[in-house]
Design a protein. Structure first.
Length: 145
């Protein structure tokens, strides 16, 4: 028996998951339509574009050649710059170059992670579930008694 998401009733869908999928599907369709508008498309071209998961979803679902080409060229431009920034970040960690001022390359590891797994906002609920670093494990055990 395979369960859908985390629901324990066979054959039924996890309602929150289904709602999120529906909302995401609607957002992707809306974005496809918006990218065909010249003004919006030009602004999108100067953005970071989509994360990898949404890029794949768009390539799987979209039919508009204009929108597909735009997300592809935007992603390629972003990834090329990201690779250059990551290389510079790595080079700057060599002791010979530690005196050089920091630039945009210092945010490249975080940008790479966001491209691969999605923006930080999507993970904000997870952060609230984690204990504060100031709380020691022993203290947590004491308070639970």
């Amino acid at each position: 028996m395979v369960l859908n998401h985390i629901n324990i009733i066979p054959g039924s869908r996890y309602i929150a998951g289904a709602m999120l999928e529906s909302s995401e599907e609607h957002d992707l369709r809306s974005l496809e339509e918006l990218l065909e508008e010249p003004g919006f498309g030009e602004r999108f071209r100067h953005s970071q574009g989509l994360c990898l998961r949404h890029l794949q979803a768009a390539f799987d679902r979209w039919e508009s050649p204009v929108a597909l080409e735009l997300i592809k060229t935007t992603a390629l431009k972003f990834v090329r710059q990201l690779i250059a920034d990551l290389r510079e970040f790595q080079r700057n960690h060599d002791y010979q170059y530690k005196h050089e001022p920091r630039g945009s390359e210092w945010s490249s590891p975080e940008r790479a992670i966001e491209f691969l797994v999605g923006p930080r906002a999507a993970l904000s609920g997870f952060r609230e579930l984690q204990p504060s670093r100031k709380v020691r494990f022993g203290d947590m055990l004491q308070s639970s008694r």
